[in-house]
Structure formats: C-alpha cells, structure tokens
Design a protein around this ligand. Sequence first.
Ligand code: NDP
Length: 525
Amino acid sequence: MTTETFESTQSREIISYDPATGEEIGRAALNGGAEVRSALARARAAQPAWGAISFRERTRVILQARKIVLAQLDEIGKLISRETGKPVAEAISMEIVPTLDLMHYFARHTSRLLQPQKIDIGQYGLMGRSSQVVYKPLGVVGIISPWNFPWATPLADVVMALMAGNAVVLKPSELTPLTALKIGELFKLAQLPEGLLEIVTGDGSTGAALTDAGLDKIMFTGSVATGKQVAAAAAKHLTPTVLELGGKDPMIVLADANLQSAARAAIWGAFCNAGQACASVERCYVHESIATQFIELVVKETRALKLDRATENEVDVGAMSNEKQLATVEEHIADAVKRGARVLTGGRRTRNLNGWFHEPTVVTQVDHSMELMRDETFGPVLPIMTFKTEDEAIKLANDSIYGLTASVWTNNIAHGRRLARKIDAGTVMVNEVVYTHAIAQTPWGGVKQSGYGRTHGRLGLLELVTPQHIHVNHLPFVPDVWWFRYSTGAELLFRGLARRFTSGSILQSSLLLPQMIKRSLERRD
Ligand code: NDP
C-alpha cells in the first residue's frame, strides 16, 4: 500500500491512506504543470495588494486563523494522526502546539523583526551620508513539504511568508494531501484574500512543475536526493532556495550526565513520530564508564512503550507512514546485524497489525561501517556505541555527511557549551533533544548535506524578504572628492585617503581636511 495515482473519469487523483490500517481516507487532485502555473498566476496577481497592507492587517488574519485552529484542535489532531499514523497526543504536542505558538509570535513580532535598520557607516556618516536596510516581500514563495510533519512544517513557512507580505504556493507530500488542504481551509475561514495561499496537491511531478514555474523563492523540506534535484531546477532560474534536508543526528552522553534523563531523552528522541523526524536521535554515543547502566535503562524504558494504532488508548509509538520507509529500517537493521551488531529489544516489523508498524529497537555493538550509523534510517531505531575520550566522541559525531542537530549530555553546562561548538550541526542542544524546531524564535537549518538556509526565528524570516539598501547623501551640493577630474592634487588626496581615511581613525582623517577643501575648490573653477 502506497499512495496511488488514479485516472478517474473527471481528473487525475491521488489517494490518501491511513498507514495504521491501509484504509482509504480521501482523495485529492493530482495537479499537473498547467494547474501549477495557474496557481502561481493567481498568487502573483494577489500578492502586490497584500504586500502593500500594514503588518497589523496581516496579523489580524493570522490570529484569526490561529483561533480557528484552537476551535478545531481535536478534529485537526485526528486528521494529522489518521494521515500519518502518529498518536493524536503527538499530533497535538509536536505539530499543533508549536504552530499555535509560532502563529502568535510571528503575528505579533514580524513588524518589529523587519523594521528598517540604520547602518553605522563609520566616517562616511561624517561626510553627511546615511544608510538603512528595508525589507521588502519577495513575491511568491513556493513551499514544498514532506509527510512526516504535514501540519507543522508547511504551516510555519506559510505563516512566516504571509506575514512578510508574500503569496504562497504550497505543494504537500502526496502521502498527506488532506492535512495540507485543511491548512488551506483554515485560511479561507480566516478570510485570507483569494490567491494568497494556493495549494497544489499531487506527487513529485507536481513539485517538479512548481520548481520550474518561476517562483521568487523555494522553501524545500525533504530528502537530500530530492533536495539536490530541487537545487538543480532552481539554478536554472536562479531561484533562491532554502533546503531543509535529512539528518543523522548524534547524541553524546558524557560520564557526568544525568543518566535517567539522558536515557528517557534518547528513547523519546529516537522513537517519537515513529523515528520519522529529521532531528531524531539516529546515533547515540555513550561514555564507556556508564554504558552498561545507560543501556539497561534505555532497554527497560523502551520495553515499556506501547506500540499500536493511534486510535487505541495511551499509545506511545504509532505506525510508520509508508512501506518504503519501513523497508529502509529493516534493511539498516539487517545490514548492522550482518556486520556484528546486537539487537537488544525490538528489531522487527509488527505482523499482528495491518499497517506499517515497526517495534522500537535498541541496537548495540555498532560501528561506522554500518548503514545504520551512516545513512538516515528515519525509523524507530536507536543504535548505541561507546567511546573512551571526548575527542573520540566529537570525531564520531562529525563523521557524517549530515549536520542538522546534535546533543551533548552533561551536568557541566559550560563544558557542554564548549563541546557544542566543536560539533558540525545547525543546532546543538545541551541536555535536550529534537524539540527546538518547536521554538518559533530560534533558527532551524543544517550544515553539510542537511541543507542550507534557515527557517524560523529572525534568520528564517530574513529568508522570506529582499533586503534593500537605501543610501542618502544629505549634502547634495558638495561634489564627492572621488568624482572626475583626476588632477595631480586628486591623486595626492587619494593616497592620503588610502593611508589615513581607511585607518578608521577620525583624527587621521581630519588631517586630510585641507586637501579635501582644496579638491572641492579646485573643481569649482
Ligand atoms: P522527499 O524528498 O521524498 O519529498 C519532499 C517533498 O518533495 C514532497 O512534497 C515530494 O512530493 C516533493 N518532491 C518529490 N520529487 C520532487 C521533485 N522532483 N521536485 C520538487 N519536489 C519534489 O522527502 P520525504 O517526503 O520522503 O520526507 C522525508 C525527508 O524529509 C527526510 O530525509 C527528512 O529528514 C526530511 N525532513 C527534513 C526536515 C528539516 O527540517 N531539515 C524536516 C522534516 C523532514 P511527493 O511526496 O508527492 O513525492
């Protein structure tokens, strides 16, 4: 069972299935190039008016949408859960709560975050000049999002792009079109003017059509392989792009860490969202002196988790989202076992349930020759490796093509901060895992093949605007000393500028005043 493409009598469709049962939940259009281009044209037509209105008016719409989310909290939670397989509790805690917070933050603070900024231009200021940067909307932003957080990932980008004055065309994953259509419904109810949020459901071909349609920016979240295709397509049009790609995020547990907390964090970090989070704990490195105790705790806590359909009570781990991802998990475990790894608990798909379930799995005796320690597994597996020295732990953590998030566990916070700086990752947490995507104020994004650009926070907002530098000469009646004609006196002055003005010292520059006055007078003739 995967999402299927369908030719019905009227139009082409995709079908969304419940991954926990295999039942069809609903259908959505499979939009082709023509529909994508029409959506872009509608967005382009609607954007200038939206870009021209005040932040206060945009805030009103976003806060109205937020109210509707709150009013429909249970319904939305159930829809996300049904389309992805995750427990409703997780749909609410990991998807809805963060976006409610983000909607509030960007509705209230975008105008401050994007206020024109005066730039200190040093001694040019003394010459009667001033500079400021103003932030203008980009136009139409294309958002392409994956299936693992079908609500939080696109909605955050939609809210930020709209608050910055842009229109949006959103292409959700073919596995989760209904959640995206719900986002569209929400903004319709909030009376967002027509055309400002266009949703083009479909498959990869719809995404490819969107990247080729002539957007002003692409916000892409997904796999490294598709990210590279998007970057290549964007290069054709020189469309600026933010790529939020995969991760193989390491967790380092030092000898002085709080073991109980570290063990609980490890299993939540590895098994929440059935391990299908870009920031999941995918590799755990624990100091050899505490390894036995830590592993015992991890195994005990893992065995206590309830794996079941999201509709059952008190489920911790739900279904995985699709067969392809489940097969990757099986492959990685099989490869690791073949190379000498030991499965301490879990290790299999669950056969007694109809959907795509995999047991939360803890694996030891792993090394970096194994796929499980190199490639993104994106499933409920926690491989644990020991280290002797911190240098070794850092080296292992950095031995990856990815660099999204990482964590260090220690009771010595200052030491944790120092180690954090040595790790190649967009975010490093000390005594925390996974969750900073939920903080609206902090930037999110990776290094190396985890992508480039940022979302969330002021850095993310700046991706959604064009900074424009406005420079003013307040003394237009005084000709610049560097203008034509280049006399011998001019050359002397320029040498003086090189020696004194560029030193940054006002005193040094003031010694050039007589030559500057002479130069001004020289050109009066
Ligand atoms: P994919 O790369 O397969 O898909 C991502 C999106 O791109 C989907 O909407 C997909 O459509 C679309 N797409 C597919 N082909 C193209 C194309 N040629 N041009 C444009 N768009 C295209 O990723 P997954 O959906 O499998 O998501 C899982 C990946 O996302 C993992 O690697 C995960 O780590 C990463 N991720 C990263 C996050 C981050 O913040 N860094 C957050 C969440 C996930 P369709 O699904 O219809 O094929």
